[in-house]
Write a protein that binds this ligand. Structure first.
Ligand code: ACO
Length: 397
């Protein structure tokens, strides 16, 4: 690592690094990724431990507060989540003004931004108690806003939170009740979604987290920063990949067409790529994908799901894991390959996939916002550029 933070001051020179592929924008204690070893840790805990032994609320608490909760701390946190899950009726009125076909991510982003008008005091957080109130409030309200956004965009009556239900079950209840009728959920369904939330809770300085940190560096309201994160996550290149996996599987349509599309993916003159394969950082395997693969198998077998789409996915996976083209380029299934199939089995429509990502990622964004704000002095995020426009032109009078 070369520290060049004083380069400009000392030499009047700066570096050019499009997409920041070689630039660390901050020092952080939150998430560690080793792409070569397929390792992901939150605050020193391996993701496999958190995803299989702990709940999403444990993980959210860990990210926000730095330590895993004790039993009583977890109980208090879960109660906080229930108490704070309701949103002001004024937010509902705001939703009424959106067009029927509005995308749930657009509604969610607007709803979170609107929360900053109700909790304006969070602009000046002075102590731990105020931080905790701000953090708990947003983590608790996001699932409610997320479920509302789905129901509004489908013209369905909204369902209020049920304080007798746990965090993840409550979200599924608010979203799926009528017209799917809320049938008692199987524990595996709650576990599958809870695991997806945990696996998405943080991923160091990705595009949406960078957006959150950039806003935080200007002293913006924390909920405005989260809303910016939602905007960044909405993009197809970030939060939309698992939706693309399902769309592609639907396009392939049947097992006997898989070979044709594998050939297209290998053809260097064809821009077609197999969605859900490959990763910029994980070059041996995506540790999150390994965990989700097990959950997917468990879920499908317990729910007795079998469909052409699942068969298509299984065949692609089988071929890619042994085909020389994919193996030599380290193109393993990534988290999105499995999460899309799981969400579909949970009857979550494609346009909600990125919203699910937001629910999981919110504690990570809050942790990153807080880490930046705890620094003694915060440097505003203000990259340089290489100007390539015209030199000064002579105006014609
Ligand atoms: N299908 C077919 N070939 C592929 C794929 C794919 N999905 N991904 C990469 N390749 C090939 C490239 O053509 C290239 O081949 P070459 O060496 O013969 O030129 C080689 O593998 C390396 O590809 P790069 O694009 O250089 O790899 P990079 O690390 O830049 O890209 C990325 C990673 C963007 C994820 C890519 O693998 C991809 O487009 N995958 C499909 C989309 C996807 O699943 N995205 C979700 C990622 S997970 C997440 O963001 C949460």
């Amino acid at each position: 690592v070369i520290d060049i933070s004083t380069l400009y001051k000392e030499t009047n020179m700066f570096t050019y690094d499009e997409g920041y592929t070689s630039t660390a924008s901050c020092k952080s204690d939150i998430t560690y990724i080793d792409g070569e070893a397929g390792k992901l840790m939150y605050r020193g805990y391996d993701i496999a431990y958190l995803a299989t032994q702990k709940s999403f609320l444990d993980t959210a608490y860990l990210l926000i507060n730095g330590e895993l909760p004790s039993k009583s701390e977890l109980d208090d946190f879960a109660l906080e989540m229930k108490k704070r899950s309701f949103v002001h009726e004024g937010v509902k009125k705001l939703f009424d003004s959106f067009p029927d076909a509005a995308h749930p991510m657009a509604i969610l982003s607007a709803g979170v931004s609107a929360l900053s008008t109700f909790y304006f005091d969070h602009l000046n957080i002075k102590d731990e108690k105020e931080y905790s109130e701000m953090a708990n409030r947003i983590v608790a309200k996001i699932p409610t806003l997320a479920a509302f956004s789905y129901r509004y965009s489908n013209g369905l009556p909204i369902i209020y939170p049920d304080i007798n239900k746990g965090f993840t079950e409550n979200f599924l209840y608010m979203m799926r009740s009528y017209p799917h009728n809320y049938i008692e959920l199987k524990p595996i369904e709650i576990k599958a979604l809870d695991t997806i939330f945990t696996l998405h809770a943080d991923h160091e300085q990705n595009a949406s987290t960078t957006a959150v940190r950039n806003l935080a560096s200007t002293n913006a309201h924390p909920y405005a920063a989260i809303s910016a994160g939602i905007g960044a996550l909405w993009g197809r290149s970030h939060g939309g990949a698992n939706e693309s996996v399902i769309r592609q599987l639907e396009m392939i349509g049947s097992v006997d067409r898989v070979d044709e599309f594998i050939a297209k993916a290998k053809d260097k003159d064809d821009p077609f790529r197999l969605m859900g394969f490959g990763h910029r950082v994980y070059k041996n395997f995506d540790p999150r994908a390994t965990i989700l693969k097990n959950i997917r198998n468990e879920l499908m077998s317990e729910l007795g799901i079998s469909s052409e789409l699942v068969d298509v996915a299984n065949k692609i996976e089988q071929i890619a894991l042994s085909d020389e083209y994919f193996v030599s380029r380290n193109l393993y299934p990534n988290i999105d390959f499995y999460s899309g199939l799981i969400l579909q089995a949970l009857k979550i429509p494609k346009e909600m996939f990125a919203v699910i990502f937001v629910i999981g990622r919110t504690p990570g964004w809050i942790a990153q916002w807080s880490e930046l704000n705890q620094q003694k002095s915060v440097k505003i995020a203000r990259p340089r550029q290489l100007y390539r426009g015209p030199k000064e032109r002579t105006p014609e009078y």
